[in-house]
Ligand binder design. Structure first.
Ligand code: ADP
Ligand code: GLC
Length: 488
C-alpha cells in the first residue's frame, strides 16, 4: 500500500476543461480500489467550494510568499468516490469569475503567480505537519501547472518521491525571466538543466527535469515526444530522461461512460440490443434541429476547437463530403476562427450540419450515443478519451494515426476486418485529403456493407479500456520510484 498525493488543476465532477479532469476524477478512485491511500489536492476555485461546501473543514493556515493573508488548506471528499480531497484556498488567485486558466480574452496574466502559490502550498502539504497525521510517500504531479513541485521538492533534504505525468506537451507554462525573479524561486533551479528554457522560465521543465519518474498518457505519445515534431524543443531533455519515461494509456470511466447505464441518456442500449442507439440518433437529430433520417450516416465531433484537434481539417474536408448523404453534429468551443468557420458551414448546409458552441456534458453523452461515427482527426493526441467513449458506445471513431488514437483504434483494413479486430477508420497524413479518404471508406462501408459495420460495432463495444489495468501500471511506477529502481 502506497500513500500518494495526486496533484491536479482540475477534476471531474468539480471543475473540468478537458481530459485531465476525467483522469483526475477516475485514476485516484481506481488506485484506492487497489488498496492505495491516494488523496487529491487542487486549488479551491469557487465552483469547487460551492460543490463541496458541506464536507469541508479547515486544517491549516500557511504563510506563503506572494499573498498578504495566510492560505487556507481545507479538507473534504471528492463527491461519489470517497477520495480525500485537499483544497488550497487563496481567494486573491482562485476566487474569480471566468475560466480556471483564463477568460474569453486569454490566459490570466497572473497564472505563474497562481500556480507557483499552489505549488508551494502542495510542497508544504507533501512534507506533512504536526497534526495532519498523513504524509505521502509519492507526490504525483500533472501538467505544467504542477511542474514547480518536483523542482522545489528536489531541494528539500527529506522529500517524497515524485512522478510527473505529461498530458499535453504543447502547454508548457513558459514566462519571462523576470517572472522567475518576481516569484522568488531559488537560483539553484535556474540552469539549462533546470527551469531555464532559452532565457525564459518553464514550469513544465520543473516536472520533466526533476521528477523521479515521468509518465505520459499513451505508449505512442511517449515515443513521439522524443522527436522534434512533437517535442517542441524539449525532445533533448526527454530523450536524456527516456529511461525514466513510461507511456500508460488513460482509461475510460465506464461508471460514467457506458450506454448500458449512462444516466445522461433517456434510452440505454447494449451490443446485444442496439434499438436504443437508434432512439438516441433520433433524439440527437431533433436536439440539433436536423431532419430525422434514421438511415443517413450521422457523424459527431466533441472537443476543444484548437488546431490540435484537427478541426481545421474537418472544416476543409466537409464541403466535399457533404455532397454525399451525411449529417454532422459538432459540440465545442475554442478559437474564434474555427467557431466562425463552422457557423458558415451551417449556413451553407443547414439540413446537414449543426453546431453548438459551448460546453455541455449532457449533450456530449447524447452525441456519443446517437452518432454513427465519431470524428477525431487530431494532429497530435497524447491519449484522447472521446475515442475510448466512442468505442464503448458503438460509434466508430475516424482518427488520425497519432498518440493514443493510434494505440486504441484498429483500422478497418481488409486484414483487420477479416480477423475481426477492426474498430474504426485510421488515416496518416494530417491533410484534408487524408481525412476525406478515411471518411469515404467509412461511408462506403456504412452504405454498402452495414452488416460488417455492425460487426465492427460489436468488437468496439466489447473492447475494454477500463481504469483497472492502467491504475495497476501507475501503482508499479510508484513502487519503482520507492524502490529507487528508476532506471528501466
Ligand atoms: P483534451 O483533454 O485534449 O481536451 P480528451 O479527449 O482527453 O481531450 O478529453 C476531453 C474531455 O472533455 C472529454 O471528456 C470530452 O467529452 C470533454 N469535452 C470537450 N469539449 C466538450 C464540450 N464542449 N462539452 C462537453 N464536454 C466536452
Ligand atoms: C490532454 C490531452 C488528451 C488526454 C488528456 C488526459 O488534454 O490532449 O489527449 O487524453 O490530456 O490525459
Amino acid at each position: 500500500m502506497t500513500t500518494v498525493l495526486f496533484v491536479t488543476s482540475e477534476v471531474h465532477p468539480l471543475v473540468k476543461t478537458g481530459g485531465l479532469a476525467d483522469v483526475s476524477g477516475s485514476l485516484p478512485p481506481a488506485l484506492r480500489a487497489l488498496g492505495h491511500d491516494v488523496r487529491l489536492v487542487l486549488p479551491a476555485y469557487p465552483q469547487v467550494l460551492a460543490r463541496c461546501e458541506r464536507s469541508l473543514t479547515l486544517i491549516k493556515l500557511i504563510d506563503l510568499p506572494g499573498v498578504a493573508t495566510p492560505v487556507r488548506v481545507l479538507e473534504g471528499v471528492l463527491p461519489d468516490t470517497g477520495v480525500p480531497l485537499y483544497l488550497i484556498d487563496c481567494p486573491t488567485y482562485f476566487d474569480r469569475l471566468g475560466g480556471i486558466y483564463g477568460d474569453g480574452t486569454g490566459d490570466w496574466p497572473d497564472n505563474p503567480q497562481r500556480f507557483a502559490l499552489f505549488s508551494r502550498a502542495v510542497v508544504a502539504l507533501s512534507q506533512g505537519w504536526p497534526g495532519l497525521g498523513w504524509k505521502p510517500e509519492v507526490v504525483h504531479c500533472n501538467d505544467w501547472q504542477t511542474g514547480l513541485i518536483p523542482a522545489l521538492l528536489s531541494l528539500e533534504e527529506h522529500h517524497p518521491k515524485t512522478v510527473f505525468t505529461l498530458h499535453n506537451l504543447s502547454y508548457q507554462g513558459v514566462f519571462p525571466w523576470g517572472t522567475f525573479v518576481e516569484l522568488g524561486l531559488p537560483m539553484a533551479l535556474w540552469s539549462m538543466d533546470g527551469l531555464e528554457f532559452y532565457g525564459r522560465m518553464s514550469f513544465i521543465k520543473g516536472g520533466l527535469a526533476y521528477a523521479d519518474l515521468l509518465t505520459t498518457v499513451s505508449p505512442t505519445y511517449a515515443r513521439e515526444i522524443r522527436t522534434p515534431v512533437f517535442g517542441y524543443g524539449l525532445e533533448g531533455l526527454i530523450e536524456a530522461r527516456a529511461d525514466r519515461l513510461v507511456g500508460i494509456l488513460n482509461g475510460a470511466n465506464y461508471a460514467h461512460w457506458d450506454p448500458i447505464s449512462d444516466p445522461h441518456l433517456s434510452c440505454r442500449y447494449s451490443s446485444t440490443d442496439l434499438s436504443g442507439k437508434a432512439t438516441n440518433k433520433t433524439a440527437l437529430q431533433r436536439r440539433f434541429g436536423l431532419p430525422v433520417r434514421p438511415k443517413v450516416a450521422l457523424l459527431g465531433f466533441i472537443g476543444r476547437m484548437v488546431e490540435q484537434k484537427g478541426i481545421d481539417l474537418v472544416l476543409a474536408a466537409l464541403p466535399d463530403l457533404l455532397q454525399h448523404p451525411v449529417q454532422v453534429v459538432v459540440l465545442g468551443a475554442g478559437e474564434q476562427v474555427f467557431e466562425e468557420g463552422l457557423k458558415s458551414l451551417v449556413a451553407s448546409f443547414p439540413t446537414q450540419v449543426a453546431v453548438q458552441i459551448g460546453y455541455d456534458e449532457d449533450l456530449a453523452h447524447l452525441i456519443e450515443a446517437g452518432a454513427d461515427a465519431f470524428l477525431m482527426p487530431s494532429r497530435f493526441e497524447p491519449c484522447g478519451l472521446n475515442q475510448l467513449y466512442s468505442l464503448r458506445y458503438g460509434t466508430l471513431p475516424v482518427v488520425r494515426r497519432t498518440g493514443g488514437l493510434a494505440d486504441t483504434v484498429v483500422d478497418a483494413t481488409p486484414e483487420n476486418l477479416a480477423s475481426g479486430r477492426a474498430t474504426g477508420f485510421v488515416f496518416g497524413a494530417a491533410t484534408p485529403v487524408g481525412l476525406t479518404g478515411a471518411l469515404m471508406r467509412a461511408l462506403h462501408l456504412y452504405y454498402n456493407d452495414y452488416s460488417t459495420w455492425q460487426r465492427m460495432m460489436a468488437v468496439a463495444m466489447a473492447a475494454d479500456y477500463g481504469w483497472d489495468k492502467s491504475a495497476r501500471s501507475y501503482a508499479d511506477i510508484y513502487q519503482r520510484a520507492l524502490d529507487k529502481r528508476v532506471d528501466i
